[in-house]
Design a protein around this ligand. Structure first.
Ligand code: PEP
Ligand code: MG
Length: 419
C-alpha cells in the first residue's frame, strides 16, 4: 500500500495557448503529474469542461476554480487512499461530483487527478505506465492514424472535412509506420509548395492549405502516396474525420459543399469516396443524435470500411451500448476527457473489445506534452491511435513515446491487427 500524501494543482497552458489543468499527486517524496487536454469540435454529451467564465483576466478561459477544487475538495477526499487503487479513487471523484456530466467539479479537474494517480502508481511499482493498464503481457503497438491535412474547426481554410489522415497499413513495426508517414508527409509538402499552397500547419499539425474542396485534398493525398512508392488502400490507406456535428442543420448536411443535402445523398457521396480514394476509415460521418443515418451507412457498408463514433459515443458506455444495439458503427474513438476518469475509460475500452469494436485512442485538438494516451493505447491493446501529424511537439511527443515503448519491448514488440 502506498498512500497519497499530497495533491497539488496548477494552471498551465495547452497547445492552443489556452489555460488548462495540471494535477500533481505525491506519495511521500515521489510524485507524478498529468495535464488535461481540450477539444474544439466537442460533442454535446461530453463530460463538462469547467472554466472561469466570469473571470475576464484570461477572457473567461482560466481554470483557477478547478485548481482550487483539486487543492481543497479533491485533495481532502483522496489523501491517505492507496494510490494503486485507481477504481476506488475514481469512484470517490465520481461520487464527490455527483452530476451526470461532471459539471460540479469539472471533468478537467477530475481527469488530471485520475491520470496522475495512474502515473504515480506505475512510478512506485517501478514499471512503465503501459504495463499498468488492462494488458499484462503480449503488448501490441497501435497503427497511427496520422493527420496530414487539417480542415473544419481545426483550421481556417474553408475545407469542410475536419481531418484527412493516412494509416500505414503495410507497416510491420511502429518505427516503419512512422517512416512511411514521414515520407508521404514530405512528398505532400513538396507538392503543395510546388502548386503555390501554404505548408503552414493547423491545430493538429497537418497542413492547412487554402483548399476548400474535399475532393481536391483527397487527390493531393492519393498522389503523395503514389509518389512515395506506396499503394493506396494497401500499404497506406486514407482515413477521414468528418466531424459532422459541425456541418448539420435540420436533418441535412453540408459536408461535400456549402449546400445542405439529405443524409441519403450524403451517404451516396461517402460510398463514392470510399471507392474512388480507397478510404478505409470514416469518423463521425453524421451528427451525434442522428442514429438513423449511422445505421443506414452501416447497412450499405459492403466494403467493411471502419466507421468510427467520436461525438456519437463520447467515450460513454451508455451511448456505446445504444450504438451497438442500433448497429451504428464498428469502432469507437476513445478520448479520456470526454468521460473524465481513467476507470470509466478502461470500462468503455473493455466493453468495445467484447462487442468486437476497434478502439482508437485519441488526443484532443488542444493538447500538451503529456504522453499518457500513448501508454494507454499499448496497455489496452487498442488497434489504433490518432494523435496528429509529425509536427508540433505535443503531437510528436506521443509518437516518440510509442517509439520508446517499441524499444522497451524489444523483440516482443508486435503491431496490432488492422483488419
Ligand atoms: C476529433 O474531433 O476527433 C478531435 C480530435 O478534435 P477535438 O479535440 O477538437 O474534438
Ligand atoms: Mg472526431
Amino acid at each position: 500500500m502506498s498512500k497519497i500524501t499530497k495533491v497539488v494543482a496548477r494552471q498551465v497552458f495547452d497547445s492552443r495557448g489556452n489555460p488548462t489543468v495540471e494535477a500533481e499527486i505525491f506519495s511521500k517524496n515521489i510524485s507524478a503529474k498529468s495535464i488535461c487536454p481540450s477539444g474544439a469540435s466537442t460533442g454535446s454529451h461530453e463530460a463538462y469542461e469547467k472554466r472561469d467564465k466570469s473571470n475576464k483576466k484570461y477572457l473567461g478561459k482560466s481554470v483557477f476554480k478547478c485548481v482550487q477544487i483539486i487543492n481543497n475538495l479533491i485533495s481532502k477526499k483522496i489523501k491517505n487512499e492507496n494510490v494503486h487503487n485507481q477504481e476506488k479513487i475514481d469512484h470517490i471523484l465520481i461520487k464527490l461530483d455527483g452530476t451526470k456530466q461532471k459539471s460540479k467539479l469539472g471533468a478537467n479537474s477530475i481527469l488530471a487527478v485520475s491520470m496522475a494517480v495512474k502515473k504515480l502508481s506505475s512510478k512506485i511499482k517501478k514499471i512503465p505506465l503501459y504495463k499498468n493498464f488492462l494488458i499484462k503481457k503480449n503488448f501490441k503497438l497501435p497503427y497511427p492514424l496520422m493527420n496530414i491535412i487539417n480542415g473544419g474547426a481545426h483550421a481556417n481554410n474553408g475545407l469542410r472535412i475536419q481531418e484527412f489522415m493516412i494509416r500505414p497499413d503495410g507497416a510491420r513495426s511502429f518505427s516503419e509506420a512512422i517512416k512511411m508517414c514521414f515520407i508521404v508527409i514530405n512528398n505532400l509538402k513538396k507538392m503543395l509548395k510546388k502548386e503555390g499552397h501554404s505548408t503552414s500547419v493547423g491545430d493538429e499539425g497537418g497542413f492547412a492549405p487554402m483548399i476548400n474542396d474535399n475532393e481536391k485534398a483527397l487527390k493531393f493525398i492519393a498522389k503523395a502516396i503514389a509518389i512515395s512508392g506506396f499503394k493506396n488502400g494497401k500499404d497506406i490507406s486514407i482515413c477521414l474525420d468528418v466531424a459532422a456535428n459541425e456541418l448539420y442543420k435540420k436533418n441535412k448536411y453540408s459536408i461535400h459543399s456549402k449546400k445542405f443535402i439529405s443524409s441519403d445523398l450524403t451517404i451516396k457521396k461517402y460510398l463514392s469516396f470510399i471507392k474512388k480514394f480507397k478510404i478505409s476509415s470514416i469518423e463521425d460521418p453524421f451528427s451525434e443524435n442522428d442514429w438513423k443515418s449511422w445505421n443506414k451507412l452501416m447497412k450499405n457498408n459492403t466494403l467493411n470500411t471502419q466507421i468510427v463514433g467520436d461525438d456519437l459515443y463520447v467515450t460513454n458506455l451508455e451511448r456505446l451500448k445504444i450504438g451497438f444495439l442500433n448497429n451504428s458503427s464498428n469502432s469507437i474513438l476513445i478520448k479520456p476527457n470526454q468521460i473524465g476518469t481513467v476507470t470509466e475509460t478502461l470500462e468503455v475500452i473493455k466493453f468495445s473489445h467484447i462487442i468486437g469494436f476497434k478502439t482508437i485512442i485519441s488526443h484532443r485538438s488542444g493538447d500538451s506534452e503529456d504522453t499518457f494516451i500513448a501508454d494507454l493505447a499499448v496497455g489496452t491493446s487498442s488497434e489504433q491511435i490518432k494523435t496528429g501529424s509529425l509536427a508540433r511537439s505535443e503531437r510528436v511527443a506521443k509518437y516518440n513515446q510509442l517509439l520508446r515503448i517499441e524499444e522497451d519491448l524489444g523483440r516482443q514488440a508486435k503491431m496490432n491487427k488492422i483488419h
